[in-house]
Design a protein around this ligand. Structure first.
Ligand code: ZN
Length: 57
């Protein structure tokens, strides 16, 4: 069973991702609480996200 995960750009904690994660998936780092966005699937890559910009979507 392969679990997708990507490294937090802030604290380098490995952040678990849903197996059906898509580009743009939003996750919170369990290590530092940073709001992150999945910017690449293969390989999984996270970048900082500002969710407040999308809250009224
Ligand atoms: Zn982090």
């Amino acid at each position: 069973m392969a679990t997708m995960r990507a490294k937090c750009p802030e604290c380098e904690t490995w952040v678990p991702l849903p197996k059906d994660a898509i580009e743009g998936e939003r996750v919170v780092c369990p290590g530092c609480g940073e709001q992150l966005e999945l910017i690449n699937i293969e390989p999984p890559e996270l970048d900082y996200a500002d969710w407040e910009d999308f809250s009224d979507e």
